[in-house]
Design a protein around this ligand. Structure first.
Ligand code: SAM
Ligand code: DTB
Ligand code: SF4
Length: 326
């Protein structure tokens, strides 16, 4: 267990729900206090995503443009070649990224997929980038193989509270996600785990998601908080937008309940705009996906993000193994 993230407390759903009921200024002040205490540098981590295998996924995740069953116009591809992945990783490093995250639209990888991704991990790591992968459900020995290849983080999200989960995903159980997270933790890798806000869940269900994340023992080192990107053709395409302040509150509550985690302001940043993003940084977000594309949807242009961070006076995290390249 990483001593950095050892648990000292647990959070009941009611305790987390009570945080949502604080006045907005009181909640923001509390989150900022926790953030200052645990991240006195206040730097922002930059993580770049690459979809190494896009579309054609057999799962039914209602939010996802890559599910084969929805008509979203995404063309299914094979696993990318190593050279193409390395070119993208080199470009990410040159643009100042800290972490390179390889995503695949699989329900679960086959063992031969793990072998190929392991080669990518070794080579990307050799460039001096932190590595992350998100490939779907893993068996224990697959998590171990990725860990042995040098993978630093594995991303696998809970996505929602357990009681809301069945309304968005029916092709796998909540417990399957917990099992994968357990395998990842036991393999020695760091855990990247968060969820999506704005899928029609109630405030109580948002509180239940955060409570579940915060009570993972230890809680994740990285917590991506995604705002739903409604994609035409998916069942959630017409989901009414969430009040942006509710999203900011969720970031603040993630910061308070998981003080040592990197809380990542993830999908949906383009739609949030600069002011709401600035509030999210005040609420304790200290990581973003950086680069013009997420997996299949758009992200703010890299230069716009660098400009925003500079205007807000926020420092960019410097990897111990990475020279400053911005
Ligand atoms: N297939 C793997 C899996 O499901 O674990 C890895 C890739 S999957 C696209 C990774 C995560 O992206 C999902 O768990 C979800 O949190 C997020 N995601 C996918 N579509 C999204 C959308 N439209 N809006 C916000 N987040 C989304
Ligand atoms: C995470 O929590 N969000 C990222 C990453 N982990 C893999 C993915 C967001 C995907 C948004 C929809 C898309 O671009 O396809
Ligand atoms: Fe497949 Fe992952 Fe998309 Fe679900 S979120 S449909 S598992 S790619």
């Amino acid at each position: 267990m990483n001593p950095m993230t050892q648990q000292i407390t647990s959070w009941s759903v009611s305790q987390v729900a009570a945080l949502y009921e604080l006045s907005f200024p009181a909640l923001m002040a509390r989150a900022a206090e926790v953030h200052d205490e645990y991240f006195p540098d206040g730097d922002i981590e930059l993580a770049t995503l690459l979809s190494i295998k896009t579309g054609g996924c057999p799962e039914d995740c209602s939010y996802c443009p890559q599910a084969a069953r929805y008509n979203t116009g995404i063309e299914a591809t094979k696993l990318m070649d190593l050279e193409e992945v390395l070119d993208a990783a080199k470009a990410a490093k040159a643009a100042g990224s800290n972490r390179f995250c390889m995503g695949a639209a699989w329900r679960e990888p086959k063992d031969r997929d793990i072998e190929k991704v392991a080669v990518m991990i070794r080579e990307v790591k050799a460039l001096g980038l932190e590595t992350c992968a998100t490939l779907g459900m893993l068996e224990a020995q697959q998590a171990q193989a990725l860990s042995d290849a040098g993978l630093d983080f594995y991303n696998h999200n809970l996505d929602s509270s357990e009681d809301f989960y069945g309304t968005v995903i029916k092709t796998r159980e909540y417990q399957d996600r917990i099992d994968t997270l357990t395998h990842v933790r036991h393999s020695g890798m760091s855990v990247c785990c968060g969820g999506i806000i704005g899928m029609g869940e109630s405030r109580r269900q948002r509180a239940a998601l955060i409570s579940r994340l915060a009570n993972l023992s230890p809680y994740p080192e990285s917590v991506p908080i995604n705002h739903l990107v409604p994609v035409a053709g998916t069942p959630l395409a017409d989901q009414p937008p969430l009040d942006p302040l509710e999203f900011v509150r969720t970031i603040a509550i993630a910061r308070i309940t998981m003080p040592k985690a990197r809380v990542r302001l993830s999908a949906g940043r383009q739609e949030l705009g600069r002011s709401v993003q600035a509030m999210c940084f005040m609420a304790g977000a200290n990581s973003i996906f950086y680069g013009d594309k997420l997996l299949t949807t758009n992200n703010p242009e890299a230069q716009a993000d660098l400009d925003l961070l500079r205007e807000l006076g926020l420092k960019i995290k410097v990897n111990q193994t990475t020279e400053v390249a911005v």
